[in-house]
Design a protein around this ligand. Structure first.
Ligand SMILES: NC(=O)c1ccc[n+]([C@@H]2O[C@H](COP(=O)([O-])OP(=O)(O)OC[C@H]3O[C@@H](n4cnc5c(N)ncnc54)[C@H](OP(=O)(O)O)[C@@H]3O)[C@@H](O)[C@H]2O)c1
Length: 373
């Protein structure tokens, strides 16, 4: 039997990676905190409250398939936190496949989720492994809310809103700009349909009187998660930071990037995006505050004769992501997921159990559910 610790957190020095480590400690799961610079990872680990009671070690690894494969061999699950995933994800996925470990990541990039499905899903399934991109606040919370809404029989259409308050991290900012180079899709009659990337709305938000300024927010992963679900034929997701002034800036910046950077050749796009991302967010944001960094997911599930509405209020978006990664990794150590190959958190394990973990750690309220059938 391998004495390798079963979970590898790759990108443990980052804002989200360290939170995954914190929640693995909460669950008592041994892990390797890995990154491109062991000293930086150790420095971060040393500051985590209670980390002296965790069973962990630190590893330095180069970002290439061979070195990553060596590190992953003998482990069971890799939680990949090195994004944007369209730039850095392939090496990690290929190493997970070569080493025979389940793969999880936190991506919010719809194009990366599609790539995981189409390019890697069958290969993971053949090896009895799971590839689960996008196990994260955005967009697992919405997926949980949608599954609760779909408990009302006769619904087939998901109309979803995802909102959050707070500053994005450095890699999140890079990832948001990276998605502006891709097409974004929603699901209509079970086909992917491209969004108008410039669409915006004034959207009523459950529980507040001020409308939000919203946009398609990269399409999100949910149209892909629900594509092969026989209960669902339509799925649209819109999103926003829950602050109109910030959204005015986000939309103005998006328009500028789409008009001026998207037409450039790929190499020039990359350089221009890196520059604009570093201007937008050059520093790691402060640790989240429960009173400030709230999340809101609202899902209408409708059909001709049935309607339901589910609202999930939560807090500390990045902590939610840390918990989701740690919980799904822990589940994978104990049993095979309900679906092998390409699978979401809710395909793999029970959505009410996942929500229960968020509630247990004080990160999510009990869902507000309204049903008309
Ligand atoms: N969907 C969601 O709700 C959600 C939530 C959280 C995070 N995310 C995504 O998760 C990703 C990570 O976010 P974060 O908050 O942890 O960002 P972050 O604080 O900027 O951390 C990025 C991590 O990636 C590492 N890294 C960057 N470039 C690398 C490279 N070339 N080779 C190897 N490692 C590299 C960094 O290592 P160094 O310390 O050595 O620089 C760091 O560990 C982003 O893509 C973000 O969008 C999504």
């Amino acid at each position: 039997m391998s004495d390798k610790k079963p979970v590898i957190v790759y990108g443990a020095s980052g804002y989200t990676g360290r939170l995954v480590c914190e929640y693995l400690r909460e669950y008592g799961v041994p892990f390797i905190a890995a990154g491109r610079d062991a000293a930086r990872v150790q420095e971060v680990m040393d500051k985590l409250p209670g980390i002296e009671t965790a069973d962990y070690e630190v590893a330095e690894v180069a970002h290439e398939v061979g070195a990553l494969t060596e590190l992953f061999k003998g482990a069971k699950v890799v939680c990949n936190m090195v994004g944007p995933f369209m730039h850095y994800g392939n090496e990690v996925v290929q190493a997970a496949l070569a080493a025979g470990v389940d793969y999880l990541d936190t991506t919010g990039e719809q194009d990366w989720v599609l790539k995981c499905k189409e390019e890697y899903g069958a290969q993971f399934a053949e090896k009895g492994l799971m590839i689960g991109p996008n196990i994260a606040q955005m967009f697992t919370n919405g997926e949980i809310a949608a599954n609760i809404a779909l408990e009302t029989p006769g619904t087939n259409t998901l109309d979803m809103l995802v909102m959050w308050k707070g500053l994005p991290t450095i890699a999140s900012t890079q990832s948001i700009f990276s998605t502006l180079m891709a097409d974004w899709f929603y699901l209509e009659n079970n086909q992917y349909v491209p969004w108008d990337i410039n669409a915006t709305w004034d959207t009523p938000v459950p529980g507040q009187h001020e409308n939000a300024k919203t946009m398609p927010w990269g399409g999100t992963a949910n149209p892909i998660w629900f594509k092969d679900d026989p209960r669902v034929i339509n799925c649209k997701v819109i999103g926003a930071v829950n602050n109109r002034a910030i959204m005015d800036t986000v939309i103005a910046t998006k328009t500028m990037v789409v008009d001026e950077i998207r037409p450039l050749p790929p190499k020039e796009q990359e350089a221009a995006l890196a520059q604009i991302a570093s201007q937008a967010q050059a520093q790691m944001p402060p640790r989240e505050r429960t009173m400030e960094n709230t999340s809101l997911d609202s899902v209408y599930a409708t059909g001709p004769m049935a309607r339901s509405h589910v609202v999930l209020h939560g807090t500390c978006n990045y902590k939610q992501t840390g918990l989701l990664q740690a919980y799904i990794a822990m589940c994978l150590l104990q049993q095979r997921p309900n679906k092998l190959g390409f699978a979401s958190a809710c395909h793999a394990f029970n959505y009410r159990d996942i929500l229960g973990q968020m509630q247990a750690f004080g990160l999510m309220m009990k869902p507000i559910v309204t049903v008309h059938d």
